[in-house]
Ligand binder design. Structure first.
Ligand code: OAD
Length: 264
């Protein structure tokens, strides 16, 4: 995890970002794994603690990896699911949700995160680009010929297997997340792109900007005329798209940025 004892972000930049947000009617918040880091959920690419510094994404986050070792992949996600269930929203999630509730209809969160911490903080409008780790789906969505179709969540509860297998068609259940090489859910991506085109401020929190198409949303918002503000303790690949970069962590910066108090 990056250093948490960074100084508070530059007050002038913070004030400028606060003004831009206060003047906006449409704010989009693009979040990545850093958003949940202070809730104890590991990021992917941080040098020492990131999941992809310890595990191979080709083995654990691709259809090929799952087919090669379904039990191993299922168990890895089961452990991560437990971590998500134990985690609590942090002050950053709470600050976003409080601002959204105080400004109905003005904020949408577009998240790459597969946890449910924005939802548990009470965030009213969340677009999930990379799926939901607590959900399950069939490996082969078209394999089941039974009508109504077998429900993978029910099968996962009923079947002792790892991963569970459909009693009717033999289909394997898999985690409900987007893996490398897979398309993002069309509805979610379309909406995220529309929101990016139309927003007046895009706040980008805790993403390395390494994974597309999510990483392209900041540039898209900027081209559409939005102010782009990044919150991240470290450099990201999309810093060049930002009008303002606030160096700090989500749980420390967002309450200062979105809270009622001025001059913090
Ligand atoms: P990464 O792990 O690539 O990047 C995490 C970012 O969060 C880095 O830029 C860190 O500097 C920053 N960060 C760390 N701690 C933070 C904190 N407390 N507050 C704010 N920022 C912090 O994660 P993502 O950009 O989300 O894909 O990765 C994108 C996708 O790659 C993920 O959605 C995942 C992964 O493979 C899927 O699950 C499909």
């Amino acid at each position: 995890m990056p250093t948490l004892d960074l100084p508070a972000p530059d007050p002038a930049r913070l004030a400028e970002a606060r003004e831009a947000i206060a003047a906006a009617r449409r704010v989009v918040v693009l979040t990545g794994a850093g958003m949940s880091a202070e809730s104890g959920i590991a990021t992917f690419r941080d040098a020492l603690t990131g999941l992809w510094s310890r595990f191979n994404p080709e083995e654990l986050a691709s259809v090929e990896g799952f087919c090669a070792a379904p039990e191993r992949v299922w168990d890895w996600y089961a452990e991560r699911r437990e971590g998500v269930r134990r985690a609590q929203p942090n002050a950053g999630h709470e600050a976003l949700a409080a601002w959204a509730r105080a400004h109905p209809g003005c904020m949408c969160v577009v998240t790459q995160n597969v946890d449910d911490l924005h939802q548990r903080a009470g965030q009213p409008d969340v677009v999930r680009l990379h799926g939901d780790i607590l959900a399950v789906q069939w490996l082969d969505e078209s394999a089941c010929r039974k009508r109504p179709r077998c429900d993978p969540a029910q099968a996962a509860e009923a079947s002792p297997g790892r991963p569970p297998r459909c009693a009717h068609c033999g289909n394997l259940a898999r985690p409900g997340v987007v893996w490398f090489g897979e398309a993002l859910p069309t509805d979610a991506l379309d909406r995220a792109q529309r929101l990016a085109d139309e927003c007046e401020v895009m706040l980008v929190v805790g993403t390395s900007g390494a994974v597309w198409p999510a990483a392209g949303l900041a540039g898209r918002a900027r081209r559409g005329g939005a102010r782009v503000v990044i919150v991240n303790p470290d450099e990201s690949e999309i810093d060049g798209q930002a009008h303002l970069v606030l160096r700090g962590t989500a749980a420390r910066v967002l309450p200062r940025l979105l809270g009622a108090a001025v001059g913090v």
